[in-house]
Design a protein around this ligand. Structure first.
Ligand SMILES: CCCCCCCC/C=C\CCCCCCCC(=O)OC[C@H](COP(=O)(O)OP(=O)(O)OC[C@H]1O[C@@H](n2ccc(N)nc2=O)[C@H](O)[C@@H]1O)OC(=O)CCCCCCC/C=C\CCCCCCCC
Ligand code: LIP
Ligand code: MG
Ligand code: MG
Length: 214
């Protein structure tokens, strides 16, 4: 479900930002610049506004900044420059951005221990969700699955933040606890998928070995 959501929304988001991408192409702005600026924007929204309880401003600024994560790849492909360093920068900056979001929430809820615990679980589990996929792919395994990936992670915090800003005090804490549970579940999903991928590759190798050289 998460994959279908992401692909559908992602293609719609790229179409929405098409005029911006064309303008960036004309200006010669590189995808890496967009990646870095988008991350800085998330920092401004989270550390500058969320920490002070200005949740609506934080959600809007982080949303607009985080959406550059869709734009940077589209721009790279339009410039025919999708590359390995760009992929590394994209993923690394995403970890930094997510870290700043949850660091800001940890500060915001520093005096509310139960919610602070939920924030810290989200922070660690969210990073592990992405790490498992990256490490598995580095080992030649597949782990590209999961109920709660980065888009769902941010959107759930955004919806919770807007609820709390609208006076529903439990909105953001509830979103954090649901996200904590979903992130832990997603780590499990990715580990299981990586194990299946490993077993399948071993089985294929054995089958190829039995057939002998072609
Ligand atoms: C509460 C107070 C705290 C503040 C928190 C507020 C949270 C914000 C609230 C909501 C955020 C909603 C925005 C979500 C954005 C999600 C971004 C995201 O997750 O993107 C993931 C993917 C993009 O993945 P990826 O980066 O892998 O794709 P690319 O196309 O970039 O390809 C990568 C390859 O490209 C090459 N490359 C890349 C970069 C580079 N520099 N060089 C390169 O060469 C390289 O080959 C790479 O390998 O996107 C998705 O999965 C789906 C997009 C989801 C978009 C969701 C949009 C939601 C719309 C509105 C938000 C509603 C939220 C409600 C609350 C907010 C209301 C204001
Ligand atoms: O969804 P997730 O696995 O937590 O994190 C994702 C990374 O795995 C991917 O490399 C990156 O390009 C995406 O934008 C997102 O950051
Ligand atoms: Mg991106
Ligand atoms: Mg990314």
């Amino acid at each position: 479900m998460a994959k279908i959501f992401s692909v559908t929304i992602k293609s719609a988001t790229v179409r929405l930002f098409d005029p911006l991408i064309r303008a960036l192409l004309r200006l010669g702005v590189t995808a890496n610049v967009v990646t870095v600026i988008g991350t800085l924007g998330v920092g401004v929204g989270a550390l500058g506004f969320a920490t002070r309880g200005h949740l609506v401003a934080a959600v809007v600024i982080v949303t607009l900044s985080a959406l550059t994560d869709v734009v940077d790849g589209a721009l790279a492909r339009a410039q025919r420059k999708p590359g390995r360093f760009g992929a590394l920068l994209d993923s690394t900056m995403d970890r930094v951005a997510d870290g700043m979001v949850f660091a800001s929430l940890a500060y915001l809820y520093r005096d509310e221990t139960p919610t602070l615990v939920a924030v810290l679980i989200c922070l660690v589990a969210g990073q592990v969700v992405s790490y498992v996929k990256a490490r598995a792919e580095g080992l030649g395994l597949d782990a590209n699955v999961g109920l709660v990936e980065r888009a769902e992670r941010l959107i759930s915090i955004g919806v919770g933040g807007l609820l709390t800003a609208a006076g529903v005090g439990w909105g953001l804490p509830a979103a954090l606890w649901l996200l904590a549970a979903g992130s832990i579940f997603t780590v499990g999903q990715r580990m299981v998928q990586a194990a299946r991928s490993d077993r399948q590759q071993l089985a294929d190798q054995r089958a190829a070995g039995r057939q002998g050289p072609a």
